[in-house]
Ligand binder design. Structure first.
Ligand SMILES: Cc1ncc(COP(=O)(O)O)c(C=O)c1O
Length: 402
């Protein structure tokens, strides 16, 4: 049985004076179970949830302050201005060396997925193909199909990296005959593998996209979630990326999915198309969401840095736990996201090990199957929790295997 209050519920001492404490592990299981969001309310109480991309962290203090100040003032109307884009521009310059980030080529959108839909509408029409790298975030399939585009898979390589032979073959197929417009929905960094695409890889993507006349829409929602020492490369900064769109948001890195807001960013050669975005799209994001996201990017960098260190610790812990309890599960710790993609094909659990872990182990992970081709036999585990809950989750998984 799991203790009701985790011993690491008291804030861990910072690594050095003045450093921010690790936000993971600061909430007790009791507190987490009081949450009413999807992660904590989808399964019964005896199930430990390490699935959907919500984090077990308290809000960063600057974000909480921005929200409580707005509530105190009754500042709950419609959004105005470009503060969100300005905060992202400053963050992008400091973190990624993106010095010519153009606030005037941005638009607020309700969230990243609806932003993707709007960008795809700008560059494709009904029935046109959209290429994705499977296995990939399942809503890519749902949203693209729901908007009457044709989804085309270009699988990642076995190493979880872009496979350019597959990508080029997909580009070739979807542009055959030259009748249709086509788009490529890139996930950078990639969910579920956490792969960070390099400058060289992204430059090759840009070259291929120009050769085949395919427009790139880059989902860069996980961009701030990069290990210390690793480097995120924004797609719009690589040579050839000028006619692409990027979608960014503070929602993953600061756990703000309930506070809807995101930004669409156009490269210089896509600015005219972004200007065609219907005005009503900007009615979707909430004012409180924009205030929260802006405060996160502008003022909650130290909180993010502490989180990134905590996530690195959890990746090391997960490797050690799997080696001890489930040595046949393959796990390659990634440099980005808080997701772990576990290859369980050597276990006798069939195509959907998540259902066995849930039924026999009472631990909820994402099944790999909805991630498309290459997902069977895999599970996605959410690392953004305390060391104690992570340890308990792997013990439960091992117990499920028997
Ligand atoms: C790659 C990716 N894109 C988009 C989203 C969803 O973002 P939003 O809630 O802003 O639509 C997620 C959420 O986990 C994600 O991992």
């Amino acid at each position: 049985m799991l203790p009701k209050t985790t011993p690491d519920a008291t804030p861990a001492a910072p690594a050095h004076p003045g450093a921010h404490p690790n936000p993971l592990g600061r909430l007790s299981l009791d507190e987490l179970r009081r949450r009413t969001s999807m992660k904590w309310r989808t399964y019964p109480e005896d199930v430990l949830p390490l699935w959907v991309a919500e984090m077990d962290v308290p809000l960063a203090e600057p974000v909480a302050r921005a929200l409580t100040d707005a509530i105190a003032l009754g500042d709950t109307g419609y959004p105005a201005g470009t503060a969100y884009a300005e905060a992202l521009a400053e963050f992008a310059g400091k973190r990624w060396g993106w010095d010519d980030f153009a606030v005037e080529r941005t638009a607020i959108v309700p969230d990243v997925m609806l932003g993707i839909v709007e960008m795809l509408k700008l560059v494709t029409g009904p029935g046109d193909p959209v290429v994705v790298n499977c296995p990939v975030y399942p809503p890519f399939y749902q949203f693209v199909r729901n908007m009457d585009r044709t989804l085309v898979e270009a699988p990642l390589g076995e190493d979880g990296r872009l496979d350019f032979a597959e990508l080029e073959s997909a580009f070739d197929r979807v542009t055959e005959g030259g009748r249709r417009r086509a788009a490529y929905l890139l996930c950078n960094p990639h969910n579920p593998t956490g792969t960070l695409h390099t400058t060289a890889e992204l430059t090759t993507v840009a070259r291929l996209s120009h050769t085949y006349g395919i427009r790139v829409v880059a989902d860069e929602i996980h961009a701030p979630l990069v290990s210390p020492g690793a480097r995120f490369v924004p797609y719009l900064t690589v040579p050839g990326g000028e006619n692409a769109f990027s979608l960014m948001s503070a929602s993953k890195a600061w756990n703000l999915a309930g506070l809807k807001a995101a930004l669409a960013i156009a490269g210089p050669d896509a600015a005219a198309e972004l200007a065609e975005l219907p005005e009503e799209v900007s009615h979707g994001p909430s004012h409180l969401g924009i205030l929260a996201h802006t405060a996160a990017l502008r003022d909650a960098g130290p909180w993010l840095d502490a989180l990134l260190l905590g996530l690195d610790e959890n990746r090391r812990l997960l490797s050690a736990l799997l080696a001890e309890h489930l040595p046949s599960v393959r796990y390659e710790p990634s440099e980005s996201t808080y997701l772990a993609w576990l290859d369980c094909r050597a276990l006798p659990l069939g195509d959907d090990p998540a259902s066995v872990f849930l039924e026999r182990g009472r631990v909820a992970l994402n099944s790999g199957i909805p991630f498309g081709t290459g997902g069977a036999g895999h599970v996605r585990l959410n690392l953004a929790t305390s060391g104690e809950l992570l340890t308990e989750a792997v013990r439960r998984m091992a117990r499920a295997v028997g």
